[in-house]
Ligand binder design. Sequence first.
Ligand code: NAP
Length: 301
Amino acid sequence: MPTVLIIGASQGLGLEWVKYYKQHGYDVIATTRNLDLAIELKQTLTGENDKILQLDVVNEDSVSLAMNQIPEAPDITIYNAGVKGYTKSPDTKATLLNATLKAGETSSRDAGRKLAFEVNAHGFDRVIFALKDKLLAKPQATVAYISTGVAETSQNTSGGYPFYRQSKAAGESYAKEYDEDFRQVPDCTPTSRPRVFSLIPGLVNTGMGAGIDGAAEPVKRVAEMAAVIKHVKLTGDTYGVWKYDGTKNMQHDLPESVANVFNTDTKDSAAKILANVGLYQIEKNATAENQINETKFANGK
Ligand SMILES: NC(=O)c1ccc[n+]([C@@H]2O[C@H](COP(=O)([O-])OP(=O)(O)OC[C@H]3O[C@@H](n4cnc5c(N)ncnc54)[C@H](OP(=O)(O)O)[C@@H]3O)[C@@H](O)[C@H]2O)c1
């Protein structure tokens, strides 16, 4: 049975990921900070090989303890844990300039910033670093970092989301860095190397997006994102930042050679590949990735 690891799984999108992968025949390893509060998670994960682990990503010991209980890398790892790092009254826009920033009950700008960066960025580094040797031993192990559309600095025309934006951008940067580092490990081939990439859910009717007009239902959104994860696992196309609908943020920023390889319109390409799942696509894209590597080499990267 394939295995999926979901970090931060007791509620919202995390719990929806759990339900999705259970319905699709996976063994699920789910983490949560408080086992006593994770009632629905416990009711959902009753399979012989399912596991629920206690994990607070802010705490390094907690990360090592939990990751040591996972014998081999999951086929898919989803870093879903995330916090806003501030609270606000309904009629106030939270910005870097005002004083409504809070972490939990602690009213402190420092505490809010620290929490956002610890959970949204450094926690991701802790988890992947703890898993790195296992990931390298599992061909095509795929890691999705759940980001947000507001992390894209060049598209910030409204302000707001203090520390959330900045910390998620840092999380995306960790994902990119691990992906490049895995690529460069001797013996890693395009078809065997671990894949690490960022994935944007858009607005969803869960903890963070609850009650906002236009927010999608989690069941629909998770199914869409799972299709993107499947595509990245097959093709190794970790370039750019993926969105739930199979397009990419800032698609035009891809190097020309990469955009050509993936047919410029990645959504079409993803749909085709998902319609023809199989080794032929892996081989085809392995060749594509070799071309990408040659281009990068020529550019001195
Ligand atoms: N909902 C949206 O509209 C939206 C939009 C864009 C991006 N996102 C991203 O999607 C992800 C899930 O969002 P959501 O709406 O489902 O939020 P949510 O309901 O608030 O859930 C957040 C999850 O983060 C986990 N978490 C928080 N602090 C943690 C810590 N210190 N250690 C480990 N886990 C921790 C929690 O896990 P436990 O309580 O189980 O420990 C919880 O399941 C987040 O990364 C969020 O930034 C959401």
